[in-house]
Design a protein around this ligand. Structure first.
Ligand code: PXG
Length: 453
């Protein structure tokens, strides 16, 4: 279907409901129609070329246009387009992927429960954590502790685990037995504390919450190694060691949501490797297939698997398309690309540190209050006053302005409130990083000019 942009927009407005979109606002200008992509670039229906600083939605880790992934999908769909994995059946691609995942994930994670998305993975976390404790003879351990401003998906359980106030307000959430503690957001919430003291203090909220609820009621704590959709919040160095110690002192499962951090985003295979988190459950999605096909899963630690197999009967949970043969074949081929081409090693040793170095230089800009980042993740928090950290009022408009200016200049950045976010494809080379940072700087300059006019 090759239509003009105006025709696409008219049909889009007439028939398509977009996720996370203010339709009334969008209908005034019309949606941006993306037609094709190659490497780190996108082309829209007017022929504009955009550098994709967000890797789609934090997911196209190997970049666009890898023909072998299309070929693997085609071959698998010819051989076996669908079969389920319920009721004691399996197929070669699901077995291959499961084995490969056990190799690339931390050593004690050797089994995967597959899903079709990050949200379904986190629904599975809630059900599996509670099922585990029930198998252990503690059915009263039901409560999952999460954090404010976390993002864990959009299903009822995912949005409940998430700590997004606006999402909770729209849906009567969270569901019972999901509670939230503070986030390690030093720039906005650290007050006069040093980052390390703040990291320890906010981690300490976990222990306080466990004691307040009673350990006998708490099933698990869930957190993203680095908060993504919350604004690329990189925790102080003291944070994860303290969380890990608290979880070791108490009988609760530790869940690292690796949907964004997984598959190389931090320069290690997983955020859990970077921070040495040692999770009991590890939800994954996005970079698992680099977004070429929808697939997610939960990696499960050996000690949890043993209890579920030895003490449980049937875990009554599963999705029709989980372990879809084509999605599994593509995910396995994607992981082999990441591994065999040394893409993650390059991010760790060369392009990640280079991106961080260039990105930090943007901190000198008059609009930038804080620069955050790790590996191939970055944020610039825009402020009205650098010295006092005063935010813009009203909030969120400057970020949206900068995002729109960036897009017109040919760069996709995401605005989380007034923070500008990047999460580019992991294949980006040094000269492309230079281009990205130059476009981001020009976007900041033009935003500043627009604010002054
Ligand atoms: N966990 C984390 C940490 C995520 O970032 C999910 C779970 C849910 O995954 P699915 O596949 O169900 O979307 C996510 C998803 C944004 C944005 O605005 C971020 C996500 C999804 C949509 C938008 O930055 N992350």
């Amino acid at each position: 279907m090759a239509l003009t942009t105006a025709q696409y927009r008219e049909l889009d407005s007439a028939h398509f409901l977009h996720p996370f979109t203010d339709h009334r606002r969008m209908h005034k200008t019309g949606a941006r129609i993306i037609e094709r992509a190659e490497g780190i670039y996108l082309w829209d229906s007017d022929g504009n070329k955009l550098l994709d600083g967000m890797a789609g939605l934090w997911c196209v880790n190997v970049g666009y246009g890898r023909k072998e992934l299309a070929e693997v999908a085609r071959q698998q769909m010819e051989t076996l387009p669908y079969y389920n994995t319920f009721f004691q059946t399996a197929h070669p691609p699901v077995i291959d992927l499961s084995q490969l995942l056990s190799e690339v994930t931390p050593p004690h994670l050797n089994h995967v429960f597959l899903t079709n998305s990050g949200s379904e993975s986190n629904d599975t976390v809630v059900r599996m954590a509670r099922y585990f404790w029930s198998c252990m003879g503690h059915p009263e351990k039901q409560v999952i502790i999460s954090r404010r401003n976390a993002y864990h998906g959009s299903t009822v359980a995912g949005a409940s685990l998430g700590g997004m106030a606006a999402m909770h307000a729209q849906g009567g959430l969270p569901i019972p037995d999901i509670v939230h503690i503070g986030q390690p957001y030093w720039y906005r919430e650290g007050g006069d504390l040093s980052p390390d003291d703040f990291g320890k203090q906010v981690a300490g909220e976990l222990e306080k919450k466990i004691e307040e609820l009673g350990e006998h009621r708490v099933a698990a704590f869930i957190a993203e190694p680095v908060q993504g959709a919350g604004g690329v919040i990189v925790p102080p160095d003291s944070y994860w060691p303290e969380i890990k110690a608290i979880c070791k002192r108490h009988q609760i499962l530790l869940v690292a949501d690796e949907v964004i951090c997984g598959f190389g985003r931090t320069g290690e295979w997983f955020g859990s490797d970077y921070y040495d988190i040692d999770p009991d459950l590890m939800p994954i999605a996005k970079g698992l297939s680099s977004g070429y096909l929808p697939i997610g899963g939960v990696m499960v630690a050996d000690h949890v698997v043993r209890v579920i197999i030895d003490e449980g009967g049937e875990f009554a949970h599963g999705m029709t398309y989980a372990g879809h043969p084509a999605a599994c074949a593509v995910a396995a081929a994607n992981i082999r690309i990441l591994r065999d081409e040394g893409i993650i090693d390059t991010v760790r040793d060369d392009t990640g540190p280079y991106l961080q170095q260039c990105w930090r230089e943007l901190g000198d800009h008059p609009l930038v209050g804080e620069v955050r980042g790790l590996g191939f993740l970055g944020a610039l928090e825009l402020v009205a006053d650098k010295k006092t950290r005063a935010p813009f009022e009203p909030a969120d408009q400057t970020g949206a302005l900068c995002r729109d200016i960036a897009a017109d200049l040919g760069l996709v950045m995401r605005a989380v409130g007034d923070s500008m976010i990047i999460s580019p494809p992991l294949i980006m080379r040094r000269n492309q990083i230079d281009d990205l940072v130059a476009l981001a700087l020009k976007s900041l300059d033009d935003t500043l000019s627009a604010l002054r006019n």
